[in-house]
Design a protein around this ligand. Structure first.
Ligand SMILES: Cc1ncc(COP(=O)(O)O)c(C=O)c1O
Length: 237
Protein backbone atom coordinates (compact mmCIF):
# COMPACT_ATOMS: atom_id res chain seq x y z
CA UNK A 1 0.00 0.00 0.00
CA UNK A 2 1.20 3.49 -0.87
CA UNK A 3 2.37 5.03 2.42
CA UNK A 4 1.07 8.47 1.37
CA UNK A 5 -2.58 7.45 1.37
CA UNK A 6 -4.31 9.16 4.26
CA UNK A 7 -7.52 7.25 4.89
CA UNK A 8 -9.51 5.88 7.79
CA UNK A 9 -9.89 2.11 8.07
CA UNK A 10 -13.58 2.44 8.87
CA UNK A 11 -16.28 5.05 9.21
CA UNK A 12 -16.50 3.88 12.84
CA UNK A 13 -13.16 5.60 13.46
CA UNK A 14 -14.92 8.92 12.81
CA UNK A 15 -17.43 8.56 15.64
CA UNK A 16 -17.01 11.16 18.38
CA UNK A 17 -14.41 13.94 18.58
CA UNK A 18 -17.01 16.30 17.15
CA UNK A 19 -16.12 19.98 16.82
CA UNK A 20 -16.92 22.73 19.28
CA UNK A 21 -18.01 25.79 17.32
CA UNK A 22 -18.26 29.29 18.78
CA UNK A 23 -21.73 30.80 18.55
CA UNK A 24 -21.40 34.48 17.70
CA UNK A 25 -24.48 35.84 15.96
CA UNK A 26 -27.21 34.14 17.97
CA UNK A 27 -25.64 35.04 21.30
CA UNK A 28 -24.45 38.57 20.41
CA UNK A 29 -26.76 40.20 22.98
CA UNK A 30 -25.66 37.98 25.88
CA UNK A 31 -22.59 38.25 28.04
CA UNK A 32 -20.27 35.27 28.12
CA UNK A 33 -19.03 32.88 25.48
CA UNK A 34 -21.22 30.20 23.95
CA UNK A 35 -20.18 27.10 22.03
CA UNK A 36 -22.07 24.34 20.27
CA UNK A 37 -20.81 20.76 20.25
CA UNK A 38 -21.98 19.81 16.79
CA UNK A 39 -22.96 16.16 17.01
CA UNK A 40 -24.25 16.18 13.44
CA UNK A 41 -20.59 15.77 12.45
CA UNK A 42 -20.77 12.14 13.53
CA UNK A 43 -20.88 9.84 10.47
CA UNK A 44 -24.42 8.71 11.33
CA UNK A 45 -25.35 12.40 11.73
CA UNK A 46 -26.00 12.41 15.50
CA UNK A 47 -24.67 11.70 18.99
CA UNK A 48 -26.46 8.36 18.83
CA UNK A 49 -23.44 6.97 16.98
CA UNK A 50 -21.61 7.12 20.29
CA UNK A 51 -24.08 4.92 22.15
CA UNK A 52 -24.52 2.49 19.25
CA UNK A 53 -20.79 1.89 19.01
CA UNK A 54 -20.22 1.72 22.76
CA UNK A 55 -23.09 -0.65 23.54
CA UNK A 56 -22.29 -2.95 20.60
CA UNK A 57 -18.57 -3.05 21.38
CA UNK A 58 -19.28 -3.76 25.05
CA UNK A 59 -21.48 -6.69 23.99
CA UNK A 60 -18.66 -7.96 21.75
CA UNK A 61 -16.14 -7.55 24.58
CA UNK A 62 -18.40 -9.56 26.92
CA UNK A 63 -18.75 -12.28 24.24
CA UNK A 64 -22.54 -11.98 23.93
CA UNK A 65 -22.45 -10.83 20.30
CA UNK A 66 -20.82 -12.62 17.40
CA UNK A 67 -20.90 -11.98 13.61
CA UNK A 68 -24.27 -12.83 12.09
CA UNK A 69 -26.18 -12.21 15.34
CA UNK A 70 -29.15 -9.84 15.41
CA UNK A 71 -29.29 -6.45 17.09
CA UNK A 72 -32.76 -5.19 18.05
CA UNK A 73 -33.80 -1.75 19.22
CA UNK A 74 -36.73 0.57 19.69
CA UNK A 75 -36.01 3.88 18.04
CA UNK A 76 -37.77 6.84 16.50
CA UNK A 77 -34.99 7.32 14.02
CA UNK A 78 -31.57 8.60 15.02
CA UNK A 79 -30.52 5.76 17.32
CA UNK A 80 -31.82 3.33 14.73
CA UNK A 81 -29.75 4.87 12.00
CA UNK A 82 -26.61 4.66 14.13
CA UNK A 83 -27.29 1.07 15.17
CA UNK A 84 -28.08 0.08 11.58
CA UNK A 85 -24.83 1.71 10.43
CA UNK A 86 -22.66 0.04 13.08
CA UNK A 87 -24.44 -3.30 12.50
CA UNK A 88 -23.89 -3.09 8.76
CA UNK A 89 -20.18 -2.39 9.13
CA UNK A 90 -19.65 -5.06 11.77
CA UNK A 91 -21.76 -7.76 10.09
CA UNK A 92 -24.86 -7.98 12.29
CA UNK A 93 -28.51 -8.12 11.29
CA UNK A 94 -30.45 -5.13 12.57
CA UNK A 95 -34.15 -5.01 13.45
CA UNK A 96 -35.74 -1.73 14.51
CA UNK A 97 -39.17 -1.20 16.06
CA UNK A 98 -40.04 2.42 15.32
CA UNK A 99 -42.84 4.76 16.29
CA UNK A 100 -45.54 5.63 13.79
CA UNK A 101 -44.63 9.27 14.59
CA UNK A 102 -41.35 8.78 12.68
CA UNK A 103 -41.23 10.49 9.32
CA UNK A 104 -41.26 8.39 6.16
CA UNK A 105 -37.85 9.69 5.08
CA UNK A 106 -36.29 8.60 8.39
CA UNK A 107 -37.78 5.13 8.00
CA UNK A 108 -36.44 4.98 4.44
CA UNK A 109 -32.98 5.92 5.74
CA UNK A 110 -33.09 3.01 8.20
CA UNK A 111 -34.08 0.60 5.46
CA UNK A 112 -31.40 1.91 3.14
CA UNK A 113 -28.87 1.11 5.86
CA UNK A 114 -30.08 -2.49 5.77
CA UNK A 115 -32.34 -2.55 8.82
CA UNK A 116 -35.62 -4.44 8.97
CA UNK A 117 -38.18 -1.96 10.27
CA UNK A 118 -41.39 -2.57 12.25
CA UNK A 119 -43.61 0.53 12.45
CA UNK A 120 -45.58 0.49 15.72
CA UNK A 121 -48.34 2.76 17.05
CA UNK A 122 -46.99 5.81 18.90
CA UNK A 123 -49.87 6.41 21.28
CA UNK A 124 -50.45 3.13 23.04
CA UNK A 125 -49.12 2.53 26.54
CA UNK A 126 -45.63 1.09 26.84
CA UNK A 127 -46.99 -2.25 28.12
CA UNK A 128 -49.42 -2.66 25.20
CA UNK A 129 -48.27 -5.62 23.02
CA UNK A 130 -48.41 -3.28 19.99
CA UNK A 131 -46.04 -0.70 21.51
CA UNK A 132 -42.57 -0.57 20.07
CA UNK A 133 -41.11 -1.58 23.43
CA UNK A 134 -43.21 -4.75 23.54
CA UNK A 135 -42.63 -5.56 19.86
CA UNK A 136 -38.87 -5.26 20.37
CA UNK A 137 -38.99 -7.42 23.51
CA UNK A 138 -41.05 -10.09 21.74
CA UNK A 139 -38.67 -10.19 18.78
CA UNK A 140 -35.72 -10.46 21.14
CA UNK A 141 -37.35 -13.45 22.86
CA UNK A 142 -38.22 -15.11 19.55
CA UNK A 143 -34.94 -14.57 17.69
CA UNK A 144 -32.08 -16.79 18.76
CA UNK A 145 -28.70 -15.03 19.11
CA UNK A 146 -30.16 -11.56 19.39
CA UNK A 147 -29.44 -8.67 21.73
CA UNK A 148 -31.82 -5.86 22.67
CA UNK A 149 -30.07 -2.51 23.02
CA UNK A 150 -32.88 -0.98 25.14
CA UNK A 151 -31.38 2.54 25.19
CA UNK A 152 -33.93 3.92 27.67
CA UNK A 153 -32.91 1.44 30.38
CA UNK A 154 -29.34 0.62 29.40
CA UNK A 155 -26.70 2.13 31.71
CA UNK A 156 -24.18 1.86 28.86
CA UNK A 157 -26.09 4.68 27.13
CA UNK A 158 -25.04 6.99 29.98
CA UNK A 159 -21.57 5.45 30.12
CA UNK A 160 -20.96 6.17 26.41
CA UNK A 161 -21.32 9.90 27.10
CA UNK A 162 -19.42 9.65 30.38
CA UNK A 163 -16.49 8.18 28.46
CA UNK A 164 -16.62 10.30 25.30
CA UNK A 165 -18.80 13.44 25.22
CA UNK A 166 -17.86 14.56 28.74
CA UNK A 167 -14.08 14.21 28.36
CA UNK A 168 -14.19 15.82 24.90
CA UNK A 169 -16.01 18.91 26.20
CA UNK A 170 -13.69 19.18 29.18
CA UNK A 171 -10.66 18.92 26.91
CA UNK A 172 -12.02 21.25 24.19
CA UNK A 173 -12.87 23.99 26.71
CA UNK A 174 -9.57 23.59 28.54
CA UNK A 175 -11.62 22.88 31.68
CA UNK A 176 -13.24 26.34 31.49
CA UNK A 177 -16.84 25.21 30.89
CA UNK A 178 -19.26 26.74 33.42
CA UNK A 179 -22.67 25.58 32.11
CA UNK A 180 -23.82 22.63 30.03
CA UNK A 181 -27.12 22.95 28.16
CA UNK A 182 -28.57 19.77 26.66
CA UNK A 183 -31.86 18.45 25.45
CA UNK A 184 -33.12 15.09 26.57
CA UNK A 185 -34.64 12.05 24.96
CA UNK A 186 -33.42 9.08 26.96
CA UNK A 187 -31.43 11.42 29.20
CA UNK A 188 -28.22 9.55 28.37
CA UNK A 189 -26.39 12.55 26.92
CA UNK A 190 -27.12 14.96 29.74
CA UNK A 191 -26.58 12.38 32.52
CA UNK A 192 -23.33 10.87 31.27
CA UNK A 193 -21.79 14.16 30.17
CA UNK A 194 -22.84 15.91 33.36
CA UNK A 195 -21.51 13.11 35.55
CA UNK A 196 -18.08 13.43 33.99
CA UNK A 197 -18.01 17.23 34.05
CA UNK A 198 -19.26 17.43 37.65
CA UNK A 199 -16.46 15.08 38.71
CA UNK A 200 -13.97 17.53 37.23
CA UNK A 201 -15.69 20.63 38.63
CA UNK A 202 -18.80 20.29 40.85
CA UNK A 203 -19.66 23.96 40.25
CA UNK A 204 -20.54 23.39 36.59
CA UNK A 205 -24.28 23.97 36.13
CA UNK A 206 -26.32 21.53 34.07
CA UNK A 207 -29.39 22.84 32.28
CA UNK A 208 -31.86 20.43 30.70
CA UNK A 209 -34.10 21.79 27.95
CA UNK A 210 -37.39 20.26 26.90
CA UNK A 211 -39.88 21.43 24.29
CA UNK A 212 -43.46 22.49 24.75
CA UNK A 213 -45.58 19.59 23.56
CA UNK A 214 -42.99 17.02 24.61
CA UNK A 215 -44.56 14.06 26.40
CA UNK A 216 -41.70 14.17 28.92
CA UNK A 217 -42.36 17.77 29.94
CA UNK A 218 -46.09 17.15 30.27
CA UNK A 219 -45.55 13.92 32.21
CA UNK A 220 -43.07 15.61 34.53
CA UNK A 221 -45.54 18.37 35.32
CA UNK A 222 -48.86 16.51 35.31
CA UNK A 223 -48.05 12.77 35.51
CA UNK A 224 -50.20 12.37 32.37
CA UNK A 225 -49.12 10.97 29.04
CA UNK A 226 -50.65 12.36 25.85
CA UNK A 227 -52.74 9.77 24.11
CA UNK A 228 -53.91 10.21 20.57
CA UNK A 229 -55.27 7.86 17.96
CA UNK A 230 -54.06 4.27 17.91
CA UNK A 231 -52.54 3.00 14.69
CA UNK A 232 -52.26 -0.67 13.78
CA UNK A 233 -48.60 -1.51 13.38
CA UNK A 234 -47.35 -2.83 10.09
CA UNK A 235 -44.34 -4.94 9.28
CA UNK A 236 -41.92 -3.51 6.76
CA UNK A 237 -38.96 -5.11 5.03
C1 LIG B 1 -30.23 13.60 17.38
C2 LIG B 1 -30.53 13.45 18.85
N1 LIG B 1 -29.86 14.21 19.71
C3 LIG B 1 -30.10 14.13 21.03
C4 LIG B 1 -31.07 13.27 21.54
C5 LIG B 1 -31.29 13.21 23.00
O1 LIG B 1 -30.28 12.47 23.58
P1 LIG B 1 -30.52 11.50 24.81
O2 LIG B 1 -31.38 10.36 24.34
O3 LIG B 1 -29.13 11.05 25.15
O4 LIG B 1 -31.19 12.25 25.90
C6 LIG B 1 -31.77 12.45 20.67
C7 LIG B 1 -32.76 11.49 21.15
O5 LIG B 1 -33.76 11.77 21.68
C8 LIG B 1 -31.50 12.55 19.29
O6 LIG B 1 -32.17 11.79 18.42
Amino acid sequence: MNKDIKAYDSVLDLIGDTPLIKLSTTTANYTGEFFAKVEAFNPGHSSKDRIALHIIEEAERKGILKPGDTIIETTSGNTGFSIAMVSRIKGYDCILAVSSKSSADKIDMLKSMGAKVYVCPAHVSADDPRSYYEVAKRLHEEIKDSIYINQYFNELNIEAHYRSTGPEIWEQTGGQITHLVACSGTGGTISGTARFLKEQNPNIEILGVDAYGSVLKKYHETKEFDSEEIYPYRIEG
